[in-house]
Every structure is written in structure tokens, then in C-alpha cells.
Write a protein of this length. Structure first.
Length: 282
């Protein structure tokens, strides 16, 4: 997503962001605090996503092609951005003005999600996807959504989701309240992830006042981290000293090892580093 696209969408809660308004988990452990800072201040660039989201993007076209075969109809208007009041959505595609299609991959990397999915042609889908699809139905005014999914351990499946008026009303209300909160200066209590904060658009020469208490806690955290590092180093020295010239050291719960390993750099045949690493095996 380009910086201009990100800027245009700051005034809306996207369909995939809706889960954060309801406190559901999102990739990268994002919370409502991340969303608030992104919308309030803007970001320099979008997150690259994790391995699962990147794989999902690569497979999206294949999932939509499988959906076309199942539906017997072409999927058009792909990747269009629509808005309604303070809600927005990028549709993966539409069959017609009344029917939208969303493509997903799930459980291909990481833990299995099989238990979260119901039967083909049902609306039994994970809660986060249900919120996203309902937001898409709200924004598009469509009467039906197909969710086409490639599910690890199961394969391709299709689900039918009809509009739920009560849930859409809740989505709209939460989005309105959230966007209104951006006019104030009170952020959600949970601070954003570091990845989000690193991408916040900073104002040159702008200086704000920081509470002395926060500075004291920062100093305390640094001091504690230094003590922890020093303690860890001291114990490592004691363990290695106890091992003498041995590569292993046994205790009742397992064994310490101090074995050599080598890093190779293929681009530079002469660049090779050998070092030992202290590990513990139960």
C-alpha cells in the first residue's frame, strides 16, 4: 500500500481492522492502541506483514480462481476500495452488485485452524473473519458474501455469509466512536507495538513534555536490564569455569554443552567464523 493510499484511509476503519474494535487478536499482536496511533498520526509505510499474510497474498489469485470454478461465474471488480460513513473495505472481488467474494488462507503456516471452520456452504467461520465480512457487506450494500478459503489440512472450501443487521450496526457504531476519539489526545491504555511506533510519521523539530515518572521508569528498566545481563554473564562464566576444559557438563536435570559451530558466508569464501555456544539440554 502506498503512502497516499494509507493517508486516504486514515479517516476510516478498514474491514480487516474491525477485529481490533472488538478486542479480537490480530496478526503481529496488534491492538486498538496500534490502530489509534496509526490513524491519529499517520505512518510512513505499511507493515510488510508476517509469513502467513505474505503467503496469503501470493495465493489469493489461486483461491479466487477456485471460487470462480465453484460459482461458475467470473469474479470482477477486484481490489476495489469502498467506504460508508467511517467504515471502509477493500473487496477481493464481486460476482455482481449484490454478491461479494473474500479470499482467505488459514492454518497453512503455524497452528492448525481446522476446528474453527464449519461445513461447506455454511456461515460457520472464525469470528475475526465474520467481522471482516460483515464490515464488507455493510460498506458494499451487498446481499451475500462468499468466503473462499484454503485451509491447512482440509483444502479448499466455500462459505456463505448473509448480512447480520445487529452486528453491522455494532460495527458502524464502534467505528464512529473510534474515529471521533482521534480528535482527542487520550490514547488507549495499552501502548502500540514497537513496529507500529517505528513507522509513525514524525514531525520535524516537534517537542512534547514527558512525565518525570515515565523517565524514572525508563531509567529503572534500563538499570534492571543491565543487571540482568551482568548476572547472566556472571553465571555463564561460573558454568564454563566449572566445566574446565570439557565440552559438556552434567547435572541432575540435563547437560550443558559448549560446542563449536561455524557461520559460513557463501558470497565470501574466505569469510568464515567459528565460535562456541553454551547451551543446556534436558
Amino acid at each position: 500500500m502506498t503512502p497516499d493510499e494509507l493517508e486516504r484511509r486514515r479517516g476510516f476503519v478498514g474491514a480487516s481492522e474491525t477485529v481490533l474494535l472488538f478486542g479480537l487478536p490480530a496478526f503481529g499482536n496488534k491492538t486498538i492502541g496500534d490502530l489509534w496511533f496509526e490513524k491519529k498520526y499517520g505512518i510512513e509505510k505499511s507493515s510488510g506483514g508476517n509469513a502467513s499474510t505474505k503467503l496469503g497474498l501470493r495465493l489469493e489469485s489461486a483461491v479466487l480462481e477456485a471460487a470462480e470454478e465453484r460459482l461458475g461465474s467470473p469474479i470482477v471488480d477486484r481490489q476495489i476500495w469502498l467506504t460508508r460513513d467511517f467504515n471502509g473495505a477493500t473487496l477481493d472481488g464481486r460476482v455482481d452488485s449484490r454478491t461479494i467474494v473474500e479470499a482467505k488462507t488459514s492454518g497453512l503456516l503455524g497452528p492448525s485452524t481446522l476446528a474453527q471452520w464449519g461445513e461447506d456452504d455454511s456461515d460457520d467461520i472464525p469470528d475475526g473473519y465474520l467481522l471482516q465480512v460483515q464490515a464488507q457487506l455493510l460498506v458494499s450494500g451487498a446481499e451475500l458474501a462468499y468466503l473462499a478459503a484454503l485451509i491447512g489440512g482440509r483444502g479448499f472450501a466455500m462459505f456463505r455469509v448473509a448480512p447480520q443487521a445487529d452486528l453491522q450496526a455494532a460495527i458502524a457504531a464502534k467505528a464512529t466512536a473510534f474515529i471521533a476519539s482521534l480528535a482527542g489526545e487520550v490514547a488507549p491504555p495499552e501502548p502500540p507495538q514497537l513496529d507500529t511506533l517505528k513507522r509513525i510519521r514524525r514531525q520535524p523539530s516537534k517537542v512534547v513534555t514527558i512525565d518525570d515518572d515515565l523517565k524514572e521508569r525508563f531509567d529503572e528498566a534500563k538499570s534492571n536490564a543491565k543487571i540482568a545481563d551482568e548476572t547472566k554473564e556472571r553465571i555463564q562464566r561460573e558454568v564454563l569455569a566449572a566445566m574446565g576444559d570439557a565440552e559438556g557438563g552434567m547435572c541432575s536435570s540435563g547437560m550443558f554443552t559448549y560446542l563449536a559451530q561455524t557461520n559460513h558466508y557463501p558470497a565470501k569464501a574466505a569469510s568464515e567464523t567459528t565460535f562456541r555456544v553454551l547451551r543446556f539440554k534436558k
